[in-house]
Design a protein around this ligand. Structure first.
Ligand code: PEP
Ligand code: MN
Length: 337
């Protein structure tokens, strides 16, 4: 439920309304706009409907939020949210590109990759240290050692970093090394992990589960926001369908649909979305054309030697091509890169 306050409300009346809502056991989220203050009330909507909040003198109107995801919905916040991380903004006019290897493999290799991506103007380095692999025999990542490598390389090239956290007990550790926490597709409905990253103040990239609907995806984001962390970026990375030619079926529809339903930024992962490097560039063009706020791309200077996902990783030459082509599409849709 959203309570819109009158423009001339005084502080005392405002406090009275907030106290009343709190006394009923609801949480509030106050957003002070230029003209009006809006109070978002979080909790079971039915219980609140019987309360005549319109009687308070400072209340202009009470609007129920019909969507099951409340804080995430456009009804709750009509303006696009922008996630700011140091000097980088995600969800604003500029397209955010996050690139790097699937997994952090060594200091030398990450340094070489970071050097290439930063030459193209990309500011966010991706790389997994804790890898959720389908097989227990596959490379599981370097763990904390990988995070140390990432932190060092990011400092050398003045990059921001994103890495996946797979266990709620590791959230604080991972958050102490990187700028953005990634919740992978396999953990989209790991509610304890969502609550834990929700308590952290770090920005979170939440990837869509491979068998999840858009509604379930938004409900998972709601878990993070409901714990107080509004710095959430959604990521479409493909879902399972009957199609076997591609690793996943990238649901391009999700981009405009989510833009309509939610104020949160949405980016696309064309690497896991397709599973083959040759399809990454065309699908990236499509993502930006559809309104994506960014891309999460796997890049490796030696994809043939990569310890994971080499087949879907762009080499340096193709990565440069991706940036050029995405730039042309970004300009066509009034965005920048
Ligand atoms: C990844 O980004 O490396 C990853 C494991 O992605 P997903 O969770 O989308 O499979
Ligand atoms: Mn990968």
């Amino acid at each position: 439920m959203i309570i819109v306050l009158k423009p001339n409300i005084n502080e005392e009346e405002k406090v009275k309304i907030i106290d009343k809502i709190s006394s009923l056991g609801f949480k509030t989220n106050i957003s002070e706009g230029v003209e009006r203050t809006v109070i978002g009330v979080i909790g079971e909507e039915d219980k609140l409907r019987v309360q005549p909040l319109e009687v308070f003198p400072g209340v202009e109107k009470v609007i129920p939020v019909l969507a099951p995801y409340k804080l995430v919905s456009r009804e709750f916040k009509p303006q696009d949210s922008i996630v700011k991380i140091k000097d980088v903004e995600i969800g604003a006019k500029k397209i955010a590109i996050m690139a790097g290897p699937c997994a952090i493999e060594s200091l030398e290799s990450l340094r070489e990759i970071a050097s290439e991506i930063s030459k193209t103007g990309v500011r966010i380095l991706r790389g997994g240290a804790f890898k959720p692999r389908t097989s227990p025999y596959s490379f599981q990542g370097l763990g904390e050692e990988g995070l140390k490598i990432m932190q060092q390389v990011a400092k050398e090239f003045d990059l921001l970093t994103i890495t996946e956290v797979i266990d709620s007990k590791d959230v604080d550790l991972v958050a102490s090394y990187v700028d953005i926490l990634q919740i992978g597709a396999r953990n989209m409905q790991n509610f304890n992990l969502l609550k834990k990253v929700g308590k952290s103040k770090k920005p979170v990239v939440l990837k869509r589960g491979m068998m999840s609907t858009i509604k379930e995806f938004l409900m998972s984001a709601e878990y993070i926001l409901s714990e107080g962390n509004f710095n959430v970026i959604l990521c479409e990375r493909g879902i399972r369908t009957f199609e076997t030619m591609t690793r996943n079926t990238l649901d391009i529809n999700a981009v405009p649909v989510i833009k309509q339903l939610s104020h949160l930024p949405i980016i696309v992962d064309p690497s896991h979305g397709t599973g083959k490097w040759g399809w990454v560039i065309p699908v990236s063009r499509a993502a930006i054309a559809a309104g994506s706020d960014g891309l999460l791309v796997e890049m490796h200077t030696h994809p043939e030697d990569a310890l994971s996902d080499g087949v879907q990783s762009l080499n340096q030459k193709n990565f440069v091509k991706l940036i050029e082509q995405v730039k042309a599409i970004a300009n066509a849709v009034n965005r920048e890169i």
